[in-house]
Design a protein around this ligand. Structure first.
Ligand code: M6R
Length: 360
């Protein structure tokens, strides 16, 4: 039933090229965006709020970079347990987006109910008949198929794919991209599943790195821009299933505190595809190495060629800068998975966690 895999999590990681392809084909046909007829008109929206928990929250943080950049539309992101009790103002022109794999997360549902009647509501869910889907005005299924492993993997990348499409739809409604730019983004997005398949091929290298990581007590994850939420996701995934203490930080925050933790016992995992901010991340890495920190650099050929003194490297395929977070989710997942295997923990049923958090 696990398709020859040892764990559901491994199966679900491996399924990503196929399910992502399916999700993208649902929303992109004949090189054009296909959204439900009643999908919201972003030309009438002047602000987006996105609300979720855990991994779904990190997907929203990535989407903030995309929607702001592509559609020039301000986005606020909040964890559902804070949003629901803060009872924030919902001014005219707001669109609310709720993201949930299960569609049953209690805090996310309560946050949605708070917005009900105040603004249009979009739900991005995996389970189409779920409570969150039923309460929304527009439902965008992520089509990941049933996810059983407690650590969310394929749902995260499918959430990102659907949110990428939503960002492009926002850009189209608002006329913020030329036809050529839109075509180029659609084209690069539809190539992501094949790149994910390539990224899965570096599993052996990641397993070796994970063996070393499994000896650490604390691990830091760093990223800039849309890679910052990936750092948060990498840290969450690792702590959920390996029980190693891990924290994700925006690279630029390093010297505002966390660098005090760095010594030769602390691995620092850096997600840094070549992009305009790469040089800045390299200088953060050098600060870590100057204090004995053990850097694991996850980057592409060009990014890795400039760095020779890191502890470990993982070489990723080249990818369009904007969509890199979808691809870099794969090493984040595999590092967590193999670290947990090396530690001998229960990958699919980590202690104290439930797949769906239906009570507060
Ligand atoms: O079903 P949901 O997407 O609403 O669940 C949200 C979180 O509980 C979930 O993403 C959790 O953080 C995962 N265990 C992460 O791997």
């Amino acid at each position: 039933e696990k398709g020859g895999h040892r764990h559901w999590m491994a199966k679900e990681i491996a399924e990503q090229p196929a399910v992502l392809d399916q999700a993208l084909q649902h929303y992109i046909r004949d090189a054009d965006l296909v959204m439900p007829n009643d999908a919201v008109d972003f030309a009438k929206v002047n602000r987006v709020v996105m609300v979720a928990c855990g991994t779904a929250y990190y997907a929203c943080l990535v989407a903030k970079y995309w929607i702001e950049r592509l559609a020039n539309l301000p986005v606020e992101v909040d964890v559902a347990s804070e949003f629901r009790y803060r009872e924030p103002p919902i001014p005219e022109g707001t669109l609310a987006v709720f993201v949930s794999q299960s569609g049953e997360t209690a805090d996310t549902l309560a946050a949605l109910n708070y917005c009900k009647g105040k603004c249009p509501i979009v739900a991005v869910v995996n389970v189409e008949g779920s409570s969150i889907a039923r309460a929304a005005d527009v439902v965008l299924p992520i089509l990941a198929g049933r996810e059983i492993g407690v650590a969310s993997t394929k749902a995260f990348t499918c959430q990102l794919a659907v949110l990428a499409v939503l960002a492009l739809k926002a850009a189209r409604d608002r006329g913020t991209l030329t036809a050529e730019q839109m075509d180029a983004h659609l084209d690069t997005l539809t190539r992501i599943p094949a790149l994910i398949a390539q990224a899965l091929n570096i599993e052996d290298e990641l397993r070796d790195i994970a063996r070393d990581l499994s000896e650490a007590r604390d691990i830091l994850f760093l990223g800039r821009g849309a890679m910052y939420p990936l750092a948060l996701e990498g840290a969450l995934k690792l702590k959920e299933i390996s029980y190693i203490h891990a924290e994700g930080y925006a690279s630029g925050e390093l010297k505002h505190g966390p660098i005090a933790l760095v010594d030769d016992s602390v691995p620092v995992i850096v997600f840094a595809p070549t992009d305009p901010l790469f040089g800045k991340t390299v200088s953060n890495m050098q600060e870590v190495m100057a204090r004995g920190g053990k850097v694991v650099l996850v980057s592409d050929t060009q990014g890795l060629s400039s760095q020779r003194t890191t502890w470990h490297t993982a070489q990723m395929p080249d990818v369009a800068e904007l969509w890199a977070p979808i691809l870099y989710a794969v090493p984040a997942q595999l590092l967590a998975y193999h670290t947990a295997i090396a530690k001998g923990t229960d990958v699919d049923q980590p202690r104290n966690l439930a797949k769906s958090v239906t009570v507060e």
